[in-house]
Design a binder for this molecule. Sequence first.
Ligand SMILES: Nc1ncnc2c1ncn2[C@@H]1O[C@H](COP(=O)(O)OP(=O)(O)O)[C@@H](O)[C@H]1O
Ligand code: SF4
Ligand SMILES: [Mg+2]
Length: 361
Amino acid sequence: MSAVRTKKPKRKASAAKRGTSAKSKRIAGRPGEKQPDRETLVEVRNLKMHFPVTEGAFIPKVVAHVKAVDGVSFDIMRGETLGLVGESGCGKTTTGRCILQLEKATEGDIIYDGVNLNKLNLKQMRPLRQRIQVIFQDPYSSLNPRMKIGEIISEPMMVHKTEPDEAARNARVSELLSVCGLNPKFADRYPHEMSGGQRQRVGIARALSVKPEFIICDEAVSALDVSIQAQVINLLEDLRDEYNLTYLFIAHDLSVVRHLCHRVAVMYLGKMVELADCDELYDNPVHPYTQALLNAVPIPDPTIESKRKHQIIKGEIPSPINPPSGCVFHPRCPIAVEACKKNVPEFREIRPGHWAACSEI
Ligand SMILES: Nc1ncnc2c1ncn2[C@@H]1O[C@H](COP(=O)(O)OP(=O)(O)O)[C@@H](O)[C@H]1O
Ligand code: SF4
Ligand SMILES: [Mg+2]
């Protein structure tokens, strides 16, 4: 396994390898529009997931809805890593689950490689389940403790019938373990015999076993120690370049996202508030929520860090059952004006490829 990298040269290098520059990765039209120069793999259109809240034990009555995701649109290009960030409860996991069709969206479309997933039945969806895989936050709870690592990695190949021959399956398990920086002998171990970082590598090997093209990494490194986090991020980056993978990388840690992602989308209370190229978003954030999130990220230099004034976002995240009127961020926004209580800001392109939902910028 390669050592922890302090820089992020691979992102630019792999862009060059694919014949794309950082500039060409920018989105030119609406976040929902197909781009002329890059192939769109995932299109999310006006996605809404409103979970019903019921009352009454015998005859449940819907009394409200949790607006977990409330009208989100974005594209992910083939070979791209899109970061999805925001505080806990803002709807990141629900967005991922809707793409995976683990939740039936209340409204909106998920178009994968030109196919509208919402219109597919279970049988039609099966081949796509092979192409779209997920890596979860907690590798311990997502790995069956009673199965050996070899069985865990083999399982998706058996479910999707991609490798019917047992010997070939075992050979693939060995290959995947070494690709993910683990000794092939680990195939005979159980999850409890491994460290957190090793278990997450098993989770990655399992996701890779059926040769997917798109992987949703839901807080995939959030539970790991910082040094192990960096190693797993490096592995994900190497695998992306090696297999031309596309990632939706969900995380709340912005420093982790910066290392890996090409573009970053910021969510707040079920809405998309900002989306831009990674460097553009970190260097020139325009939405007050993104600015506050970035302001909270510590700088790894004690001299600079001790002189910084951290801008704390006031108040608590409001309930998604009864989100604030107008701009949902207005009760916590440091630059809110009276009109923000009434008007929903349009998610608009404020400069090429840089989108934000704020009427005051
Ligand atoms: N199955 C569900 N039923 C009701 N509410 C849910 C369900 N799943 C998630 N939620 C709610 O939706 C909101 C968004 O959750 P989630 O997508 O998990 O956020 P995040 O991943 O950003 O932390 C939260 O308020 C959460 O409690
Ligand atoms: S629209 Fe108003 S409340 Fe919302 S982010 Fe902009 S200034 Fe703040
Ligand atoms: Mg989550």
